[in-house]
Every structure is written in structure tokens, then in C-alpha cells.
Write a protein of this length. Sequence first.
Length: 201
Amino acid sequence: MATTIRRIILLVALCATSVLAVPTPQHYWNFDSNANDGVGSNHAATTNVTHSTSVYKAGGGSYQWGSSAYMTVSNTFPQGSSARSVSCWLKTSYTGLADILSYGSPYNGAAFTVGHWSSQMFNSSWCCPQYQVSVSNLTDNNWHNLIFSFDGTNMRNYYDGVIQDTRGFSIYTWGNTGAGNAFIGKRISGLTEPLGSGPYL
């Protein structure tokens, strides 16, 4: 039985700064024929992910996610209230809940999860704070750039280079201490949220 492709991702990058500073990627997965970290050694292990060179040819290709696909990477990401930014190029028509990057602990305020829910970008530290930001045409099956930037106090959401929202976003300083793995395309184990169900990107 063929896997239904839910979305195609060209790259995911994580910087240990907010976008207000000059960002240098801490991790950079450009999916150019593999899932290796382009600036470090945090290479991703893939599960049910398909590589394609026909969808995006400017580089070596892109990765396609179905309903049970995700990538696993070591959680070497910024912790607690440290600044961080996540940038992703995404092409999708999927209107369900979809995690882009998720790591931390399944406790209130102790996780860091970003993704989209239909045409909304969402930010979550496991339930509180948690919110969505509406954007236009996210699920129109064209390429879009999503940036989630946390400066230690505020979360900023950028869509195709334009800021959409800024608001306070608190993460416990003792939270998301690196226990377990981080996931691209799947939320961490034990993480449930009232905004929807379905753990996969």
C-alpha cells in the first residue's frame, strides 16, 4: 500500500540564538541526498522517510513524510530558557496537526515543540504556554519558510520572511534538559496537547 505524502521538507536548521542576533546554525539538515547534519555530527536516523530528487532539484533533493515518518536526532539543543531559532522550508497540503521539531520532557513548560496545524503555526512548551498563529496559504502545496525564534523571553513567528506574532513564552529553566532524543516530524513520547491529536508530521 502506497504511503500518502503529507508534506515535503527541504531543510531544518536550528540556531542557538534568536533571529535578532546574527544566527550561525548549530545544526543544519539540508536533506541533500541524506539526513546528515551539515554543520555538525548530529546526523538524523530516518524512519519511513522517502528521499526525492524530483520535487526539489536546486540541491540534491528533499524528504517526503507520510503518516508514520519521522527522524530521530540526539538532543544537543539549547535547553531551558536559552535562546534558539528553528527555520524550516515546508511544502504541504495537510490540514491536520503536524510537529516539525520536538524535544524536552513531557511536563508542563518543559518541552520545546514547533509545527503547524492547518494554516496556523504553533508553539508549545507542553500545554502552557501553547498557542497558534494564523498565516495565509500555508497548506497550498507551495514552498513556505517558517521560523520560530525564542530569545529567552519572547517567541517570534516568521512566515515567508515576515514577522507574524511576538509574545511572551516561558520555558522552565530546569526543563527540557536533554533527556531522550529530539524528533523532526514527531513529538516526544508522552507529550499530549489539547490543541489536537496525531503525533506525526
